[in-house]
Design a protein around this ligand. Structure first.
Ligand code: 4AD
Length: 439
């Protein structure tokens, strides 16, 4: 008999079928044995009636998380309170035959069949292979998969070509000190802090490119929104009139991702009570204006022209209050706060750049880049960097480049905010932080 998936069982009442999966939980009621079986499409209750059958003897051996194969009859569940959004709750399986495919060695650290795992973050992450089997934890990554799918689709729809760029580099890309130095045969090398230089080279060849790829940051932070390896959703587009074209494109992308998640992950969003509001137009304010709003409305003074995480949270609160928007763009960051490749404003005080905040956290940075060779060379010097270190990057611009810009978007931060997860690490399968290199 061919395997049936649990999600298909409601259509098969009265039929004999074969299911395989994991034992989510075994419950004994007197002599009746109930087993909730789990596969990639859902969870279903199975009943094993006490008799002298082989199946009953096998069922008595079964423990949570065993992998089993079952043949049985699909029946309407008596007195079922099942809701329409959980169709498999309307049926159950009366087990005829049962085979153990694989057993659990030793004890399980916790019961994954619980609705809420109720574990500390370190325990959740230390036992990741087990915690990922919990429905609520598992669902996080179903939403993530939708985010990645939608990003790829919307970018292609707008003529962006998907590229993959190297992650082992001869020099650090984004400046600063947050790079990982590695041994590369007899030389030193660096793990990519972003695909920045290579996606710009992509513009020279393909005009519009995007990448979904790993980003490495040696940031010694212990915050709820930083990790040392994350997946960046990058984009770069040629022939723009200004950084505003990039902002408009990013707005289209974010709306598409959220609408797709709303449509395809409805049950998961409802289950975790997650809400977000997609405005018609994302509001935008200059960073200096944002700092003024923080001072006037929240009595928050800032040091210089810079916004800290509390400021980001408050200005998002203001955007929600004023525009009923969970998004806000902050623009015109000072040159000193941006890397050398970002287009300066005519007076060199500010840059033609932006950050996008979503529900109080920065999820993207972007802007226009310098595309003229001479200006780029001058800006490298202005930032007190050595042009010789950027020989290959400068070569892109010697060959003729259109006005262009792009963004770097943190995929896990989007997921964290959509599902209101406390820590970004809950949004990563096997996260890496300052202390965590396993599992
Ligand atoms: O602001 P960042 O550093 O910008 C860049 O990498 C530029 N090359 C982007 C560009 O095209 N101009 O990083 C971009 C985004 C952040 O907004 C954030 O969402 C995410 O990447 N990010 C992190 N996510 C998790 N952990 C970290 N340590 C992160 N650092 C940045």
């Amino acid at each position: 008999m061919k395997r049936t998936l649990i999600g298909d069982t409601p259509k098969l009442i009265g039929k004999k079928i074969k299911l395989s999966g994991w034992v989510n939980v075994r419950r004994d009621h007197g002599k009746l044995i109930f087993i909730d079986l789990r596969d990639r499409t859902g969870i279903i209750q199975m009943v094993v009636i006490p008799d002298k059958s082989e199946a009953y003897n096998t069922a008595r051996e079964i423990r949570n998380e065993f992998v089993i194969e079952v043949e049985g009859l699909v029946k309407e569940r008596p007195g079922s309170q099942a809701k329409d959004d959980c169709p498999t709750g309307k049926v159950e399986i009366e087990v005829g035959e049962m085979k153990i495919i694989s057993r659990v060695e030793g004890e399980l650290s916790f019961d994954v069949s619980k609705k809420e795992l109720d574990l500390t973050l370190p325990t959740l992450l230390d036992n990741r292979s087990l915690s990922l089997r919990n429905k609520k934890t598992n669902d996080i990554f179903r939403v993530y998969s939708q985010i990645l799918k939608s990003y790829g689709e919307v970018m292609r729809d707008y003529g962006f070509l998907e590229i993959k760029t190297p992650k082992i580099l001869s020099s650090a890309t984004e400046g600063g000190a947050n790079f990982f130095k590695i041994k590369y045969f007899k030389r030193d090398a660096f793990l990519a802090q972003s695909p920045q230089f290579y996606k710009q080279a992509g513009v020279g060849a393909f005009e519009r490119v995007f990448e979904i790829g790993p980003v490495f940051r040696a940031e010694p932070h212990f915050t709820s929104r930083h990790v040392n390896e994350y997946t960046g959703l990058d984009a770069e587009m040629g022939f723009i009139s200004s950084y505003k074209d990039v902002m408009n494109q990013l707005e289209v992308v974010m709306k598409r991702i959220l609408r797709d998640v709303e449509r395809h992950c409805k049950d998961i969003l409802a289950e975790c009570g997650s809400e977000f509001f997609i405005p018609n137009k994302f509001p935008n304010v200059k960073l200096t204006e944002a700092l003024e709003i923080l001072r006037k409305e929240y009595g928050k003074e800032s040091e210089g022209i810079d916004i800290d995480p509390e400021g980001e949270r408050l200005i998002s609160e203001w955007a929600k209050k004023t525009y009923n928007s969970d998004f806000i763009f902050l623009t015109h960051y000072p040159s000193s706060a941006r890397p050398f490749y970002v287009m300066p404003s005519p007076d060199h005080q500010y840059t033609e750049s932006f950050d996008l905040l979503f529900k109080g956290v920065e999820i993207a940075t972007g802007g226009q880049r310098i595309h003229e060779y001479g200006r780029l060379l001058a800006n490298i010097r202005r930032h007190r960097l050595n042009p010789a270190d950027y020989k290959d990057y400068l070569e892109i611009f010697r060959l003729g480049m259109p006005p262009h810009g792009g963004w770097g978007l943190g995929s896990e931060r989007i997921l964290q905010k959509i599902l209101s997860l406390q820590s970004i690490k809950e949004a990563i399968l096997f996260p890496r932080d300052v202390k965590r290199l396993t599992p």
